[in-house]
Design a protein around this ligand. Structure first.
Ligand SMILES: [Ca+2]
Ligand SMILES: [Ca+2]
Ligand SMILES: [Ca+2]
Ligand SMILES: [Ca+2]
Length: 611
């Protein structure tokens, strides 16, 4: 067996032409550089090596400029690993390899590129089993195979850019040891409710610090319960931009983006008018009485919801933001499986709507559903705190006291995950428009891990950060795709005991893509397939909606109706009838969000639904 260490291989004629003076010092990232080559010798080269391999003093090869190439070791049967005098880019290494491969005695040459494990941040609460008592699953939502969003391999493509700004329009922000103050932009306080604003500066001001939103029983209306402060803005921001790889607490999805904290929620929620102003200001528009935002947001996260239709004020603000280039991500809301047709801003156009699955991949019990949901991410689901989303929190029940971590749940935190991934996508490709970015996210989702979520309820699939970042760099195929056309057929009619068979066969994709079908039957039920059946128990006329997807884009929703007459069963029902899509709502108009909270130390478990 040959020992190549110290071998003189002059016979291999390792003359390496330098392409230019910058070849050894270009600016490639460390991960795309190498200092080693793998050389496979042919039979001639092997004989030459054998002939000179013993009894010769160890010397090294030299490059044309006189510098040395050192043989490190033998490799496989006829190969050796050599070290270049300097690290070079993989492009340069490939040029050198191509030059060398043409030499006599050499069968092939390739750069000995480096492999890295998928990035694992060193934050102590990130990994599974880091803390078996309080946190046995770590930040499972980022890495687990069933429900996780594939962050470790996504981080190999990008950990973010400081040139990207993410606005979190929420309760404001409080400082935390795992938030880098240098990444927090000044932001603004748009909360105009002078009665409930307890920040010492009633009404709008330049300080978006969250003063706490605790209320006593009855403060927000008769019968409304007392609530501790939620620190909701901090928890949402933590998912997106907590300091990562800093040996502290958790990992945020984006390691570098800047946070634009905007306060619109306080005691008893917040007002639509403030939210609309905040959206426009975040995107760079002027708002009367407020200094202009010098750092318009690339991504705007709205982890909030209110009941009712998308108002004109909301839609126009969102349209302005999208026109300015800001991606608007919103939570589907947590009204226990309500249809998002009655939840704003999830029912607005030009937004990416995030639904939620639990850790086991099933539809989260609280999560709203419907055709307007674009993508789903893991939002946690009780009662085990550690199966919820670990993020930043504060121990204060009224005012901020001390930094801590907490397990939370809700679509607030799936929206945050989508926003974080959107920020990474923009760091990969700053030319992505909001609509292309949405198409990329939806086209790169993976299949739902459980049948309780389908495309009629939870969007195209589960957020896949890795695939989204790959496609973000080259979205040409996604841009070129033509959206399919849906046809819901109908109108349909039948009796209450009949299974109505719907017909979506008139739908088509101009590109000839295979379609998937997502139906909303108008009575709180959903279906898939080209010709699903559904039985209505109650007479009435129901809206029937169909959206089809060609693997990349959704169609515009096609609508028809189904009219159910009594048949025999109707005589047995007591009242009811008509469209029940909106029936589960109380008509409250204040903003709602939901948070299942377990303070990290394990001492306090609180399940809350904010009103
Ligand atoms: Ca204020
Ligand atoms: Ca950290
Ligand atoms: Ca959408
Ligand atoms: Ca198509």
């Amino acid at each position: 067996m040959l020992n190549f260490r110290g071998l003189v291989i002059t016979g291999l004629c390792l003359a390496i032409a330098q392409a230019g003076s910058t070849a050894w010092a270009d600016g490639s990232a460390a991960r795309s550089r190498t200092q080693q080559l793998i050389i496979q010798l042919d039979n001639i080269g092997q004989r030459q090596a054998q002939a000179t391999g013993s009894g010769h003093a160890a010397t090294s090869l030299r490059l044309p400029d006189g510098r040395q190439v050192r043989v490190l070791r033998s490799f496989s049967s006829n190969g050796l690993v050599v070290e270049l005098p300097d690290e070079v880019s993989l492009d340069e290494a490939n040029r050198i390899a191509a030059e060398m491969a043409s030499r006599a005695g050499v069968a092939s040459v390739q750069p000995d590129k480096r492999f890295y494990p998928a990035l694992t941040p060193n934050d102590p609460e990130y990994p599974r089993d880091a803390d078996p008592v309080n946190n046995p699953f770590g930040q499972w939502y980022l890495f687990e195979l069933i429900a996780g969003i594939r962050m470790p391999t996504a981080w190999d493509l990008s950990t973010g850019s400081a040139g990207v700004a993410v606005a979190v329009i929420d309760t404001g922000i409080v400082s935390h040891r795992d938030l880098n103050a240098g990444r927090i932009l000044p932001g603004y306080d748009f909360y105009s409710d002078v009665v409930n604003d307890n920040d010492g500066m009633p009404g709008r001001d330049s300080d978006p610090t969250d003063p706490g939103d605790a209320v006593a029983a009855g403060d927000c209306g008769a019968g409304e319960p007392a609530e501790d402060s939620s620190w909701h803005g901090l928890s949402v921001a933590g998912v997106i931009v907590a300091s990562s790889d800093n040996s502290t607490d958790i990992a945020g999805i984006d390691f570098a983006a800047r946070l634009l904290p905007i306060r619109v929620l306080g005691r008893c929620g917040g007002n639509l008018s403030d939210v609309a102003d905040a959206i426009r200001w975040a995107a760079g528009y002027s708002v009367t009485g407020v200094p202009n935002n010098p750092t318009p947001a690339d991504v705007i996260n709205l982890s909030l919801s209110g009941e009712g239709p998308c108002s004109l004020a909301e839609q126009l603000a969102i349209n302005d933001a999208v026109t300015a280039g800001s991606v608007v991500v919103v939570s589907a809301g947590n009204e226990d499986g309500s249809n998002v047709t009655d939840i704003s801003p999830a029912n607005c156009d030009n937004v990416i709507v995030a639904g939620a699955i639990a850790r086991d991949g099933s539809l989260a019990s609280y999560a709203n559903v419907g055709l307007a949901v674009d993508v789903t991410a893991p939002g946690g689901d009780g009662p085990n705190p550690e199966s919820n989303i670990l993020t930043l929190y504060n121990t204060g029940t009224t005012v901020a006291v001390a930094d801590t971590l907490a397990f939370v749940a809700g679509t607030s935190f799936t929206s945050a995950q989508v926003s974080g991934v959107a920020a990474l996508m923009i760091s990969r490709n700053g030319a992505l428009t909001p609509s292309v970015l949405e198409d990329v996210i939806k086209a790169t989702t993976r299949f739902f891990p459980d049948a309780s979520c389908d495309q009629a309820q939870c969007g195209t699939g589960v957020l896949n950060a890795r695939a989204a970042l790959v496609a973000a760099a080259n979205p040409d195929a996604i841009v070129a795709d033509q959206a399919p056309i849906a046809s819901a057929g109908g109108p349909y009619s039948g009796k209450s005991e009949d299974s109505i068979i719907f017909d979506g066969s008139g739908s088509f994709d101009p590109d000839g893509g295979l379609l998937t079908y997502a139906w909303d039957f108008g009575d709180g039920s959903f279906g898939t397939g080209v010709a699903p059946g559904h039985t209505y128990g109650v007479a009435g006329t129901y809206p029937v909606l169909l959206s089809v997807n060609d693997g990349i884009k959704d169609s515009v929703i096609s609508g028809t109706t189904v009219t159910i007459d009594g048949g025999q069963k109707i005589a047995n029902t007591s009242g009811g009838g008509g469209c029940t899509m909106l029936a589960s709502h109380s008509g409250k108009t204040d903003l709602l969000w939901w948070l299942a909270l377990a303070v990290f130390a394990g001492r306090l478990v609180v399940w809350r639904k904010f009103h």
